[in-house]
Design a protein around this ligand. Structure first.
Ligand code: ADP
Ligand code: MG
Ligand code: MG
Length: 258
């Protein structure tokens, strides 16, 4: 079992225009084990994406206090690619387009980056795995021979992110708004992919503004984030309650000012 722990995390971002620093995360605590699917819900602008970007180690997100531990080891000083090799995956982490690199070449390189030098995946095994996952996601072989993300539609990009997830097999996936802009058919395919990853060696943090996605991917734990903090944690029913009562209802309940 692997664990991902966020402890009293405070994060500042720098405004690109004014250069003023602004505290976005104000003490986030979160503990995830593999085998579990967690969801983070919350109104726009509360810091959900900031949390996922900071866990992955993207620049411009400055940790001023607290820690992020993977299996008990702090990852704060590790660059993004090292965190990826340690088993973290952020759906948006990969470059929008890589010229001259096909999707399949990219996937194989990403898989091999996580494996020791004397244990690279064979072409046969890679293609077998690729075929299986293309089938599952209802994707064509042609998609993998195209240059990465070049001319992909929004829906194709999302599907491709899930293909990356299935191929790279991280310990923990951070899935930020994977449902945005998807029609119901695409949403079902994307959910099927994530659900197929469920198991003892996989954990996911699903970030979403809406409850709809959670009808397809049932979370074990639901967290609500408001104003840079996790203000409530519960079971899947919490998502339903939010859908029914809205964030305003929860604000009232917790005595948080809007
Ligand atoms: P959410 O994902 O919950 O909608 P975000 O984490 O995207 O929230 O944003 C939280 C706040 O942090 C917003 O006020 C946003 O403008 C600000 N913010 C996030 N990232 C940056 C950045 N790179 N530069 C400047 N401000 C940012
Ligand atoms: Mg947002
Ligand atoms: Mg966001």
């Amino acid at each position: 079992m692997a664990t991902l722990e966020v402890k009293d995390l405070h994060v500042e971002v720098e405004d690109e225009e004014t250069k003023n620093k602004k505290e976005i995360l104000k003490g986030v605590d979160l503990l995830m084990n593999t085998g579990e699917i967690h969801a983070i819900m919350g109104p726009n602008g509360t810091g959900k994406s900031t949390l996922s970007q900071t866990i992955m180690g993207q620049k411009n997100y400055h940790v001023t206090k607290g820690d992020i531990l993977l299996n008990g080891e702090s990852i704060l000083d590790m660059p993004v690619d090292q965190r990826a090799r340690k088993g973290l995956f952020l759906a948006m982490q990969y470059p929008a387009e890589i010229q001259g690199v096909t999707n399949a070449e990219f996937l194989r390189a990403a898989i091999n980056a996580r494996r020791p030098a004397d244990d690279k995946i064979s072409v046969m095994d890679f293609l077998k795995e690729l075929d299986k996952n293309l089938d599952l996601l209802d994707m064509s072989q042609a998609m993998t021979e195209r240059y990465l993300n070049e001319g992909f539609s929004g829906g194709e990009k999302k599907r491709n992110e899930i293909l990356q997830l299935l191929m790279i097999k991280p310990s923990f996936a951070l899935l930020d708004e994977i449902d945005s802009g998807l029609d119901i058919d695409a949403l079902k395919v994307v959910s099927k992919g994530v659900n197929s990853m469920r198991g003892d060696n996989f954990g996911a943090l699903i970030i979403t503004h809406y409850q709809r996605l959670l009808n397809y991917i049932k979370p074990d734990v639901v967290h609500v984030m408001m104003d840079g903090r996790i203000v409530k944690t519960g079971s899947a029913e919490l998502a339903q309650k939010l859908e029914d009562e809205g964030y305003a209802g929860l604000r009232d309940e917790l005595g948080i000012k809007a």
